[in-house]
Every structure is written in structure tokens, then in C-alpha cells.
Design a protein around this ligand. Structure first.
Ligand code: UDP
Ligand code: MG
Length: 324
């Protein structure tokens, strides 16, 4: 059987502290996979510089000069983790039999790659890397992430619990996925929609090798919100449900006041009236906010702007679209 050509796609944003360490580890792993006969010698590592402001791109260019196993593309500005991965995947989609995406900070265990490739050779098209624990996360990150996955499931999105963006996808999945043209992308929720056979491999997530996380609370919340709204329209339906429920409650309230009137016990006080008005006002505002969120998403989608723009490549070895 022909050995698959593997591309390891690594998004990097301001990672000068960590890249010199992890790039060596990735290269060692790539060589090992080739030596073991799991992947083709034409397998490569592609680093995506996501508009870094430090020496990340210089380091990537240096790596590409040092060995033909390394390649790099640079985005014209910072577009975020998900778009950086997408840019890497689209760059290699016509060349790779399989791709593995992995963060460049050394948190994801590279040894799981062997099992990922083996699962592919056994017939899986998508192999999800799943964390077997979240010990290296803070209590807050752990609980909020778990709540987020549960919420997504509840809203009907198909997501693999505790899987982030460490995964293998086959060439045919990538080909089909390239037809997904939306601007709001949340890869871990979108890839399951492609279908084909999938499986998971488990690994222990480590501490960052160096540098610091780019996901403070605000960015994590934005990612969670994007995930929910790009995968599910259930929040809109929930508004309808909530509206119906409140209408029913108000109807009961009216009925109650009429009964009170006829039993000559007048309804006293204005506090209840005011609180009901405030409550309904609040509900309406929240509902408008949720609707607005979806309308905003539609606005962004209809503009069909490119999701990223590639400004530079370390090797101009093939003609490609620079914006996808
Ligand atoms: N990253 C990126 N663009 C960004 C933010 C992050 O390409 O705007 C990359 C980053 O270099 C790393 C990965 O995405 O390889 C995950 O980021 P990070 O480790 O900061 O997230 P965490 O693991 O803390 O969730
Ligand atoms: Mg990280």
C-alpha cells in the first residue's frame, strides 16, 4: 500500500519563545513516522504565521532554509487560531494524503501522532485527539470548557468532548471541507459535519513549553459564542419558546386578576405591575440581542470577504489562491 504523504499544520502567533523548542520536536516526530514506514518521505511540516508581531516569521524562514521538511506561510495580519489552521489546511489540500493540525506550544502530545496515522491506515478519515485529563488547566478553564461542551451538545451540535484542534484529517475530508465557505468558522464543530468514519485517540495535555496562552477569558467567551451561533439556531427557537411561556403566564395572571375582581378582593399595589413590565422588557432585550447576533453573522457571511490573505511563503513551489 502507498504510504500517505503527511502535512503537519502548525498555527503560530507570537511564539518566538516556544517555536525553536517545539519545531525540533515536531521534526523528530516527522522523521520517526517516515522511518517507521507510516508516512511517505515527502511528508512536511507547515507553519502558519498568524500575523505575529515578534520574530516568529523570521524563525520559520530560518527553519525552511535549514531543511526542506519545513515550510511556512505568513498571513497578512492576525486572523485568529481557527483561520490560521484553515489557511494551512487549504494550502496543503492538493498535496496531502493526510494532515495533522497541532498547536505549536508543545501542549499536545506528539506521540499520539503515531496512533493517529495508524487509525487512518485502519480506515478512519478523521482522528480526533482527545485530552484524557484537564489537569494542566486552571479550575476556571476546566469548568467553563466542560460547561461549554455540554451546552453545545444540548443545542444539538455534534462535538467531541474534550477535543480541541489536534486532529488528523484525510485528503478526501479536506477536499469536501474546502467547499464549506462560511466566514465564521469553528473547526471542531464543522468537521464532524463532513461525515466519513471517525475515531478518537486519547492523550495527556501538558503545560506550555514556553510563552503564554493567547486565550484570556474574553477570547474564550468569543470563541464559545461563535461556536454556538455557527453550529446551532436553537437559541432562536428558545426565544420563541420563552415568548410562549411568558404569554401563558401573563394569561394566567390576567385570569387571576379578573377572579379577584369578581370576588371583590381588589388587586392592590403597583410593584407587581412594574416588575412584570421590567421583566418582559429584559426578556425582550435579551431576545433582541440573540437575534441581533445571528443577523450580525448573516451580515458577515453575505459580504463573502476572504477569511485570510497569505502575504508570503517560504517556498513558492506552486501557484495557489492567496485568499480562500
Ligand atoms: N494562535 C494563532 N492565532 C491567534 C492565537 C493563537 O495562531 O490569534 C495559535 C497559537 O500560536 C497556538 C495555538 O493557536 O499554537 C493555541 O493558542 P494558545 O496556546 O494560546 O491557546 P490555549 O492552548 O491556551 O487555549
Ligand atoms: Mg496552548
Amino acid at each position: 500500500m502507498k504510504k500517505p504523504i503527511l502535512y503537519i499544520v502548525v498555527p503560530c502567533y507570537n511564539e518566538e519563545a516556544v517555536l525553536p523548542i517545539t519545531s525540533r520536536q515536531f521534526k523528530k516526530k516527522l522523521d520517526e513516522l517516515i522511518e517507521k514506514g507510516l508516512t511517505d518521505p515527502k511528508s512536511r511540516l507547515l507553519f502558519v504565521n498568524d500575523g505575529s508581531h515578534d520574530a516568529t516569521w523570521e524563525i520559520i524562514k530560518g527553519l525552511a532554509d535549514s531543511s526542506e521538511a519545513f515550510m511556512g506561510i505568513s498571513l497578512s495580519r492576525n486572523r485568529g487560531h481557527q483561520n490560521a489552521i484553515l489557511a494551512g489546511l487549504m494550502e496543503v489540500k492538493d498535496r496531502a494524503d493526510i494532515t495533522i493540525t497541532i498547536d505549536c506550544d508543545g501542549q499536545d502530545d506528539i506521540d499520539a501522532m503515531n496512533r493517529m496515522v495508524e487509525e487512518y491506515l485502519d480506515g478512519s478519515d478523521i482522528v480526533y485527539g482527545v485530552r484524557s485529563n484537564r489537569n494542566t488547566d486552571s479550575f476556571f478553564k476546566r469548568t467553563s470548557a466542560e460547561g461549554f461542551y455540554r451546552l453545545l451538545k444540548l443545542l444539538g451540535a455534534e462535538v467531541v468532548f474534550n477535543h480541541a484542534d489536534y486532529r488528523l484529517v484525510s485528503g478526501r475530508v479536506l477536499k469536501e471541507f474546502s467547499e464549506f465557505k462560511e466566514v465564521n468558522i469553528f473547526l471542531r464543530g464543522m468537521l464532524p459535519l463532513v461525515g466519513f468514519k471517525s475515531t478518537s485517540v486519547y492523550y495527556e495535555r501538558k503545560e506550555r513549553a514556553a510563552g503564554r496562552s493567547h486565550y484570556p477569558l474574553s477570547r474564550m467567551a468569543a470563541l464559545a459564542f461563535d461556536g454556538i451561533t455557527s453550529l446551532s439556531i436553537k437559541p432562536i427557537r428558545m426565544i420563541t419558546g420563552m415568548g410562549l411561556l411568558i404569554s401563558l403566564l401573563s394569561f394566567i395572571g390576567v385570569l387571576w386578576s379578573v377572579i379577584m375582581y369578581f370576588t371583590r378582593q381588589s388587586v392592590v399595589g403597583w410593584a407587581s405591575t412594574v416588575s412584570i413590565i421590567c421583566f418582559i422588557g429584559g426578556v425582550q432585550l435579551v431576545s433582541m440581542g440573540v437575534l441581533g447576533e445571528y443577523i450580525g453573522k448573516i451580515y458577515l457571511e453575505v459580504k463573502k470577504r476572504p477569511r485570510y490573505i497569505i502575504s508570503e511563503r517560504t517556498k513558492e513551489d506552486c501557484e495557489k489562491d492567496d485568499a480562500y
